[in-house]
Ligand binder design. Structure first.
Ligand code: RB5
Length: 144
């Protein structure tokens, strides 16, 4: 599958989103940027999250990454979409296990919670991990 990432942030996640976008492009990912643009003073995280989640749900993008102040609102909003499993991660361990056990397809990050270096390590851990299937497959299916 082509490596396409849907990316979005509200005003509180805008700076970290720029760093995430740069790292994704270094890693060879095509990025579809759902904003918000620098000109937008305040953005509603549910609106951005839903646009990114929809792109993952309908298969336009393999994964999504969303950034807000905490990552919490973005995860809540993205998880309203069928087939979307958004994980708010604050460590590489959470990121790896969110893929390996939960088959997460959207990563959410909090710009006010994690520094840029840690956030990029979390992103890379998320991308490097594979869903293990097996007993985890049935549990993931129980969520849908
Ligand atoms: C914006 O102030 C903040 O509420 C938002 O970015 C996010 O943290 C919500 O979950």
């Amino acid at each position: 599958m082509k490596l396409i990432m849907a990316l979005g942030a509200d005003h509180a996640g805008r700076e970290l989103k720029k760093a995430v976008k740069a790292r994704l492009e270094e890693l060879g990912w095509a990025v579809v940027d759902f904003g918000v643009a620098d000109e937008v003073e305040k953005a509603d995280y549910p609106t951005v999250a839903d646009a990114v989640a929809q792109a993952v749900e309908d298969g336009r993008c393999r994964f999504g990454t969303l950034v807000c102040g905490t990552g919490v609102g973005m995860a809540m909003a993205a998880n309203r979409r069928r087939g979307v499993r958004a994980a708010n991660c604050t460590s590489e361990y959470m990121a790896r296990l969110s893929r390996a056990h939960n088959d997460a397809n959207v990563l959410t990050l909090g710009e006010r919670v994690v520094g840029t270096g840690l956030a990029l390590s979390i992103l890379e851990a998320f991308l490097a991990a594979e869903f293990e299937g097996g007993r985890h497959q049935r549990r993931v299916e129980l969520m849908s």
